[in-house]
Design a protein around this ligand. Structure first.
Ligand code: GRF
Length: 216
């Protein structure tokens, strides 16, 4: 008698994510669109924002994604604010926190420790060049011909965690900082969805500053 062995996946690989955004939310939307198009194996469990006027909220509402607003003014300290974020991540079952234009540094030790190597950020330059909030203008003013996108793990430092992905963007033809920002943003959108998807198929091992991707 022949025995036929059928393999069923034992568990769902879809990565459960929370997105943190403070403003426009175009990276958030790009990830949501990639998920809807089947290009990114993730589920957005919640949008967390520190800005009750963030356009990202409308994007979440039209995609029926729950929104949690965590505003600085409602907390005595930044640590307490980050504790509230940690509680939200846990309550929504987020495995990965995706910072997409979240303009505050995460400082809370409990949050950073509980989600060590499971918080990622996107930065519109090739780190360690041009960290901070004005990266595209800084790159343009400096006159570099190539800039790009960096996606990195988040630690206590500003734009300083281990790099997991980089992509170059030729900005030699850009005539203004705004043109640089627009060109890099386009690359950000496809890169971020791709990197989020990678968490559904593997994980990153970090040794010192070096992060290596290992397929599961
Ligand atoms: C992006 O350029 C991202 O790299 C930076 O902040 C910007 C956010 O844009 N961290 P958006 O809100 O995703 O449109």
């Amino acid at each position: 008698m022949r025995i036929k062995i059928v393999c069923h996946p034992l568990y769902d690989m879809t990565v459960q994510i929370a997105v943190l955004a403070s403003g426009r939310g175009s990276n958030f939307k790009a990830i949501a669109d990639a998920i809807a198009a089947g290009r990114c194996d993730a589920r957005i469990k919640v949008l967390i924002t520190n800005n009750s006027a963030a356009p990202a909220i409308q994007i979440a509402q039209s995609a029926k994604i729950p929104v949690e607003i965590v505003e600085r003014k409602n907390f005595k300290t930044r640590d307490e604010m980050d504790d509230a974020i940690l509680a939200i991540l846990r309550r929504h079952g987020a495995e990965l926190a995706v910072l997409a234009g979240y303009m505050l540094l995460l400082k809370g030790k409990p949050l950073l420790e509980a989600y060590r190597n499971r918080i990622i950020n996107i930065h519109p330059a090739l780190l360690p060049s041009f960290p901070g909030a004005t990266a595209q203008k800084d790159a343009f003013d400096y006159g570099v011909k190539v800039s790009g996108v960096t996606i990195h793990l988040v630690d206590e430092t500003l734009d300083g965690g281990a790099i997991i992905y980089q992509e170059t963007v030729d900005i030699s033809d850009c005539r203004s900082a705004e043109e640089v920002a627009a060109k890099i943003l386009k690359a950000e959108h496809s890169a971020y969805a791709k990197v989020v998807d990678s968490f559904s198929k593997g994980h990153y091992i970090v040794e010192g500053r070096r992060a290596t991707y290992v397929k599961d």
